[in-house]
Design a protein around this ligand. Structure first.
Ligand SMILES: *[C@@H]1O[C@H](CO)[C@@H](O)[C@H](O)[C@H]1NC(C)=O
Ligand SMILES: *[C@@H]1O[C@H](CO)[C@@H](O)[C@H](O)[C@H]1NC(C)=O
Ligand SMILES: *[C@@H]1O[C@H](CO)[C@@H](O)[C@H](O)[C@H]1NC(C)=O
Ligand SMILES: *[C@@H]1O[C@H](CO)[C@@H](O)[C@H](O)[C@H]1NC(C)=O
Length: 858
């Protein structure tokens, strides 16, 4: 029995063309590479590209990602697509059958079995944004059992408003893997006419219709097994805090066991043990079902039976239920009968009321971590028990458990990036500007500055690297890619957990303050500073390493390195590896306005060593004010993972590499795309107070300098903010004219109400162009470059073509709203156009060595 099951899974994996990835897993960085298919629409679905199509669509948040109907390969181009999934033995002659219908859950299962640890988390994250139910217990052929996906679920963070919380701060922002809530489960015993998944979707939707669980438009009569039988899915119901919109007042987890629970005894037991209530769909109870049910131990878990009425075995069923009543503590309310007379909507309401009742008296709460404990007791494997994963966890926990107060911790453990660095940054800037030399001879002044810098570097060097930072370094050096991924992800998880509470509070206060007030700039500045102080992420650790490196490399004798110094030199190599694996490298530290030139150039040199001749890059720079959905835009476009989920606002600029596949290199004229994401263009209130306009200008000039394309992200809501950005950008571009380069400029307008009408936005475009021209004139005057009078004099910009309107991300009210179809589509169009622009100007690619020279000149 088990062997045949493992066989079926293997068969499915190979028919979907994924057999190569069973041992050597598919990696996130390979999925994020761009190639011809990335920007090709037409894609005939065949069996072997189903997993790839699913991934491709999921990455761009396409709601229809789970549609898996194949086009018949037999009938040539005719697209005879059928939405219905035909279950009539999908394994019968699967290669030749012209009716290739695959259960989407099989595709999902196959993908999880073939993906590496980073990709699994990314798939979960995107599925959860699309409001798809997520796999929790996966059938696994390796141990003829199943595996609990705890690691894969670790990244999901959501924000919601329980109705009972109204009086306090009003919302919760938490990681769902560790948040305890009541769990309600749904299982089926034997065959059943009623679609469990459809009912579940209806029960969980009130105003907005959601399709958490895939269901098929067919009567689940004689359904043959798929490999997804025994799959347990999970999703969360999270209220938005509005009584008329919430199906339930409090958060709850819902799990759904696929297939017949009778033949999945381990999964059924697991589901029973984690649940506050189990809803059992059953047509009739016979001897064997009765035997199974009567073996259930008395417990806190409540059981509800959903019975469909049209069956001849009603009396037997009721007799059996009577016998079960004492043990399962059944009362009348535990039997829900779906009779033909009762219409669907009423039945849905009845189930909702029943669940609400359960929630009222519920004391049993659980989370994924506790589920893992139950799983282990039942002999179910847990993905996190992997040796490398648990080692990494221990290591990250050792470091992060020392953090009590973040402000304090940063001072003690990451001292090099504090005030010393701010001073250093000022001095380094002054060596370029030479503004304050007074009456001194300039050479002498320069020398003074150099000496002061040296003193500060020495001061930095006097700090013994803290235990925390040493431990962090140990975890990265001489480790396999996989070990590093695990470690960095665990670090992120623990750091986010520590920082989240204060941060989400502060950010909420900032938002309210911003919206409520006309002029509260002092409070805003303070809050802004507090947010920066209370942030602690991987980038702070990497920043510290960069500073240690800078201080060391300036002072030590390169020929005589101690072991410890050697280790630091090795770090540039590690950082280059991380870049190739998709991690961002900080180019500008916005907190101190500092560019760690030595560190960045050495990392890039190491990178050049690794990629050798394939080192042509094209640069896309993204500018925009904080929290305008820029991170999500980039993530949807390129899969980049900047600080999206934790919502940190890191200042500065990060660069990130995206590998270009062989088939697109010729077209784009490069081997890598470099995306530079900037944060730190501040809101006008802050600019006024901090006199940071000049700095922001410089920052923008720097990053715009080498870009093939500058993408400006704007939110329509706030025109003052918009104007501020534009001013900075215009100045930056104007300065660029000296280099003789005319970069391409694109505008992404986010949160646009009616996107369909490009024409309706014509007036806005005209207005924007007028503003841009005006600003160009004003800026040209300031910079004494009067010959420039139009925006298009300094930029390659076509008001008709280079404006993109992107609707809000959510269709409805979060947290339960799915992603807006229009969002995904418009972002995709923008992406295609960016590639088109690169294609047109392909001669201008840079070698990474030229890029290094440019960084050195900063
Ligand atoms: C499903 O496939 C079987 C065998 O290929 C066929 O006889 C049956 O008509 C199909 N059902 C539907 C609904 O397409
Ligand atoms: C959160 O803020 C409070 C009050 O400022 C502070 O005492 C506490 O240490 C902070 N928590 C962390 C993890 O920094
Ligand atoms: C790299 O490029 C150089 C010069 O174009 C060439 O001589 C060399 O053979 C190339 N190396 C590889 C490994 O392709
Ligand atoms: C989403 O998927 C559907 C169906 O495959 C397709 O027609 C549509 O173009 C896709 N949208 C995007 C943005 O990829």
């Amino acid at each position: 029995f088990y062997i045949s099951e493992a066989n079926e899974i293997h068969k499915m994996i190979s028919s979907l063309g994924m057999e190569d990835y069973v041992s050597k897993k598919l990696t996130l960085s390979s999925v994020l590479e761009v190639g011809v298919e990335t920007i090709t629409d037409a894609n005939i679905q065949t069996l072997r590209n189903l997993p790839w199509n699913f991934l491709k669509k999921l990455m761009v948040l396409n709601n229809t990602a789970r549609n898996t109907h194949c086009t018949t390969s037999m009938s040539g181009d005719e697209e005879t697509q059928v939405n219905l999934i035909n279950f009539t033995d999908i394994f019968a002659d699967i290669e030749n059958d012209s009716n290739q219908y695959i259960n989407p859950l099989d595709v999902v299962t196959t993908l999880f079995l073939s993906s590496d640890c980073l990709l699994q988390q990314q798939i979960m994250l995107k599925m959860s944004m699309c409001q798809f139910a997520l796999p929790l217990l996966l059938p696994d052929y390796r141990n003829d059992n199943c595996i609990l996906l705890q690691w894969a679920l670790r990244e999901i963070v959501k924000k919601w408003r329980p109705q009972s919380l109204e009086s306090c701060k009003g919302f919760k922002e938490e990681n769902l893997a560790v948040t305890s809530m009541p769990t309600i489960s749904f299982v089926r015993l034997g065959n059943c006419m009623l679609s469990k998944s459809k009912l579940l979707n209806d029960v969980l939707s009130l105003q907005q219709q959601n399709n958490f669980f895939i269901h098929h438009n067919m009567q689940c009569g004689n359904v043959p097994r798929t490999i997804s039988d025994g799959l347990v899915e999970i999703c969360w119901y999270l209220p938005c805090g509005k009584k008329n919109l919430d199906a339930f007042p409090e958060a709850l987890a819902i799990t759904n066991l696929r297939g017949d629970a009778q033949s999945k005894s381990i999964q059924f037991e697991f589901v029973r043990k984690i649940s506050t209530a189990v809803f059992v769909f059953v047509e009739s109870i016979d001897k064997s079902t009765y035997k199974l049910l009567s073996s259930i131990d008395k417990s806190e878990t409540q059981y509800f039976f959903i019975l469909s009425s049209q069956n001849s075995k009603q009396k037997v069923t009721l007799d059996y239920l009577k016998k079960l009543a004492p043990n399962l503590q059944l009362e009348q309310k535990h039997l829900l009968r779906k009779s033909n007379q009762l219409n669907e909507a009423n039945f849905v309401r009845k189930v909702q009321e029943t669940i609400k009742d359960v929630l009222k008296s519920c004391s049993m709460k659980t989370n994924v971590e506790k589920m893992a404990v139950v799983a282990r007791e039942l002999g179910i494997k847990v993905d996190e028990d992997d040796e490398k994963c648990s080692q990494a966890r221990k290591h990250a926990q050792e470091i992060t458990s020392k953090i009590q107060d973040i402000v304090d911790y940063k001072k003690k453990v990451l001292p090099l990036q504090g005030n010393i660095l701010k001073e250093l940054a000022q001095l380094e800037k002054e060596t370029h500007r030479l503004r304050k030399y007074g009456n001194k001879p300039i050479e002498e002044y320069k020398c003074d500055l150099e000496n002061k810098i040296m003193k500060l570097r020495e001061k930095q060097n006097q700090y013994e690297p803290s235990e925390g930072i040493l431990s962090f370094i140990t975890a990265l050096v001489d480790k396999s890619t996989e070990e590093r991924h695990y470690f960095l992800k665990w670090m992120k998880f623990f750091l986010d957990t520590v920082a989240r509470e204060n941060l989400s509070d502060l950010r909420e206060r900032y938002k309210t303050q911003y919206e409520d007030s006309q002029d509260h700039s002092k409070e805003l500045t303070e809050l802004d500073q507090k947010i920066a102080d209370s942030s602690l992420g991987l980038e702070h650790f990497m920043r510290e390493i960069g500073q240690i490196y800078e201080a060391e490399s300036l002072l030590f004798n390169k020929d005589k390195l101690t072991d410890a110094q050697n280790q630091f030199v090795h770090l540039a190599n590690v950082a280059a590896d991380l870049m190739l694996e998709g991690y961002p490298l900080e180019l500008i530290n916005g907190d101190a306005s500092h560019v760690p030139v030595r560190w960045v150039t050495d990392v890039l040199k190491q990178l050049k060593e690794k990629i050798r001749n394939n080192s042509r890059i094209r640069v896309i720079t993204v500018l925009g004010v904080q929290s305008t959905g820029k991170s999500t835009l980039l993530n949807t476009m390129f899969g980049l993972q900047f600080a999206v989920s934790s919502g940190r606002c890191t200042r500065g600029a990060f660069m990130l590499l995206i590998k270009v596949k062989e088939d697109l290199r010729e077209t784009l004229g490069c081997d890598f795309l470099m995306v530079i994401d900037t944060e730190g263009l501040k809101s006008p209130e802050l600019v006024k107070l901090q006199d940071s306009n000049e700095h922001d200008n410089e920052l923008a000039t720097l990053v715009v300098g080498l870009s093939d394309i500058t993408l400006i992200n704007m939110a329509m809501e706030n025109s003052a903010e918009m104007k501020n950005i534009l001013q900075i950008v215009v100045h930056a571009f104007l300065r660029m004219t000296e280099t003789g380069k005319k970069p391409n400029c694109q505008f992404a307008h986010q949160n646009v109400g009616d996107v369909s009408a490009h024409d309706q936005n014509m007036r806005d475009r005209k207005l924007l162009l007028e503003q841009l021209n005006e600003m160009t004139k004003a800026a040209a005057k300031m910079e004494k470059k009067d010959s420039y009078s139009k925006f298009s004099d300094v930029m390659e910009y076509d008001a008709e073509k280079d404006n993109w309107y992107i609707p809000g991300l959510w269709h409805g009210i979060p947290p339960m709203a799915p992603v807006n179809t229009g969002y995904s589509e418009n972002v995709y169009e923008l992406k295609k156009s960016l590639f088109g622009t690169l294609k047109e100007k392909k001669q201008s690619s840079l070698d990474i060595l030229e890029f290094i020279e440019w960084v050195k000149s900063l």
